[in-house]
Design a protein around this ligand. Sequence first.
Ligand SMILES: Nc1ccn([C@@H]2O[C@H](COP(=O)(O)OP(=O)(O)OP(=O)(O)O)[C@@H](O)[C@H]2O)c(=O)n1
Ligand SMILES: C[C@](O)(CO)[C@H](O)COP(=O)(O)O
Length: 241
Amino acid sequence: MSTAAILTAAGSGTRLGHDMPKALVQLAGVPLVVRAARGLALAGCVGAVVVTVPADEVRGFQALFAGARVPGTRLPVRIVPGGATRQASVAAGLAALDDGVDVVLVHDAARCLTPPEVVTRVEAAVRAGHRAVVPALPVTDTIKAVGAPDGSGAAPVTATVDRAALRAVQTPQGFDRALLEAAHAAGAARAFDEARAASDDAGLVEALGEAVWVVPGHDRALKITTPRDLALARVLLDGER
Ligand SMILES: Nc1ccn([C@@H]2O[C@H](COP(=O)(O)OP(=O)(O)OP(=O)(O)O)[C@@H](O)[C@H]2O)c(=O)n1
Ligand SMILES: C[C@](O)(CO)[C@H](O)COP(=O)(O)O
C-alpha cells in the first residue's frame, strides 16, 4: 500500500490577476505548481502525484513535468484535466489514482511554500489511524459574525465567536482513500456549482458524520490568492537566501 497526493492546479487565479493559470505563475523563477510538487517530493512519504490542471493546458503542464516526474526528483507525476470547481478537480484526481494507494493527500498548488514537515505530519497522523487529518493554525484576529449590510454597506455584528475554538485550515489534507472516495461520492451533486461545492475535502468528510482531526500547520503554508500573497511569498523566499 502507498500514499499518493492530488495536487490541485486547475484554478484560473482570477484574484491573482495574471494572464495565465495561477499554478503557472513563477515565484523566483519556478512555477507555483512545481514548487508545490517539490515540497511533496521532499517529504519522502509520497509515492506518486496526480496534478489536476485546466483542461486546455494539459500539454503545457506535461512539458513542465518532463518524463512524468517532479523536476529534480524521481517522483512520478500524472497530469489530468480538472473540473469547474476545486471539489470537481479533486474528484477527477481521485479517479486517476492507482489501485495500490490507500492514503491520499490533497494539496493546493497555491500553497507552494508548505514545508515538507507539514506533509509528513499529516501523512503520519493518517497512518496512525486518524482517517481524515487537516493542518491548521490558530486564528489571531477577533472573529465576528455579521448580518445583512444596510443601505450604506455597513453590516451589523450578530455575535463574537470564541476564537480559542477556531482554526484556519491549510493543506495538504490527508485521508484514508476509501473514506475520501465515499465523501466525494456523497457530495458529488454539489461539485459543479461553485456556490454549493465544498471549499475543502475535510468538509465533505464532516458531512458524512465522520471525524476530522487537526494537526499543527505552518505560516509558510499560506495560500497564494492575491497579489499581496505573492509579494509575501517573495519576501519569505528572499529571507531564506
Ligand atoms: N476548478 C478548480 C479551482 C481551483 N483549483 C485549485 O484549488 C486550489 C485552491 O484554489 P484557489 O486558490 O481559489 O485558486 P483559483 O480558483 O485559481 O483562484 P481564483 O478563485 O482567484 O480564480 C488552487 O491550487 C487551484 O488551482 C482546482 O484545481 N480546480
Ligand atoms: C482547501 C483550502 O485551501 C483550505 O483552506 C481552501 O478551502 C481553498 O479555498 P479556495 O477558495 O478554493 O481557495
